[in-house]
Design a protein around this ligand. Structure first.
Ligand code: ZN
Length: 392
């Protein structure tokens, strides 16, 4: 199938103006103005899409999704369900990183890998992290380094929890050791080898990360802390971390109680950090999809539970542009090229010749999602899923 999208405004994520985009097989083959008029082949061999009044952006890269479900902090009946294909595609997500969470006993890395392969078969591009909240890390092979080098889908470790009553109450030396194992695994296999860090709500915030950087030879980019929009103090600590060259990630799944308690919306945090001078290459948003959103009382007892949604990532992109006045190219970068680059996914998160044809078409005015392509295949058309998961 050859698809030609004509006269569409492209955010690659940088603004390319109104151009035509040609997709052949799974890749972007050409991006040019008036491409249609230069084609010698008859129109009938193309699936042509009129892009006037619409915008084209890369498929979203979601760096943290509990694809096999998460939670369980309130007993077995509170384990959250697995995600389904359309949870991602209806929110324009075409690439994601699956992780375990608090529970690495009833949730396993084998199951995580199987689910990632299933989603890949159904149409997405999927990766995973080895390990979980706790250290010593759960692994499939003997250690973190071997997992990252020898198992294709593993690109790093995490989310390792710090500043949280559910973490392993780590010392920085333990964090340094696992980070070096991930780093070497990444170097040898040509992958990111990054350590995804779940930052909880304790006052220690990012202290452990600063300590690990100061006391080791590890670069600041070795760590990728998430949930930084948890409260204003953590956002400010995140800005300090970013000014030292580190990445920070904001979580888009939320609920009213979290916001009432001081959580900053991810779109708001993105706008705020950009205004404070943090480059977008160090700022990302992720959905934390299918995580539990547990509500604890002052004694750490679970009193409520909701489920994170992958689609919240696209809603945060809309909100950033339409409500928080983030320039379109920067908002798009935070959910496409920035996460793709730090995860070392060279063909993802960008619209350029040779990149994977992972694309989202949306209306220009309100950014309503219309079509989603993943590796050249149309999965969503006119806002509806035309390809569904095996059990949807
Ligand atoms: Zn987390």
């Amino acid at each position: 199938m050859i698809t030609l999208i004509t006269n569409i405004e492209v955010y690659a994520p940088e603004y390319l103006g109104e151009v035509d985009v040609l997709i052949t097989d799974k890749r972007i083959a050409a991006i040019e103005a008036d491409l249609q008029s230069k084609m010698s082949a008859p129109d009938s061999i193309f699936n042509t899409i009129d892009g006037r009044g619409k915008v084209l952006m890369p498929g979203l890269v979601d760096s943290l999704v509990h694809i096999t479900g998460g939670g369980g902090e309130g007993g077995f009946h509170t384990r959250t369900p697995q995600m389904q294909l359309t949870d991602a595609t209806l929110g324009g997500v075409t690439t994601l990183v699956g992780v375990l969470g608090t529970d690495a006993t009833t949730r396993t890395l084998s199951d995580l890998l199987a689910k990632a392969h299933a989603l890949e078969t159904e149409g997405l591009s999927t990766y995973c992290h080895t390990g979980s909240y706790q250290l010593p890390a759960r692994t499939v092979l003997d250690n973190v380094t071997d997992d990252i080098i020898l198992i294709d889908k593993f690109v790093g470790i995490g989310e390792v929890a710090i500043a949280d009553h559910r973490s392993s109450q780590l010392r920085s030396s333990e964090l340094m050791r696992v980070a070096s194992e991930a780093r070497v695994g990444g170097m040898i296999s040509g992958k990111a080898g990054i350590v995804s860090i779940h930052v909880g709500d304790s006052d220690s915030m990012l202290h452990l990360l600063h300590d690990a950087i100061e006391k080791s030879d590890l670069p600041v980019t070795q760590f990728y802390p998430t949930h930084i929009n948890r409260n204003q103090a953590l956002v400010d600590a995140g800005i300090e971390w970013a000014k030292g060259g580190g990445y920070i990630d904001f979580t888009t799944s939320t609920n009213q109680k979290f916001i009432d308690e001081g959580e900053m919306l991810a779109a708001h945090a993105l706008a705020y950090c950009l205004k404070q001078g943090v480059p977008v290459s160090q700022l990302t948003m992720s959905s934390d999809g299918n995580a539990s959103l547990p509500v604890f009382d002052d004694n750490g007892e679970l009193v409520g539970l909701e489920v994170g949604r992958v689609r919240s990532l696209y809603e945060a992109l809309q909100q950033a542009v339409l409500e928080f006045d983030v320039p379109m190219e920067l908002a798009v970068a935070s959910v496409t090229r920035s996460p793709a680059d730090l995860l070392k996914l060279k063909h993802k998160g960008r619209i350029e010749v040779g990149a994977d044809a992972d694309l989202v078409i949306a209306t220009k005015d309100r950014l309503l999602l219309e079509q989603v392509y993943a590796k050249g295949r149309c999965l969503v058309s006119e806002g509806r899923a035309i390809v569904k998961g095996t059990f949807e």
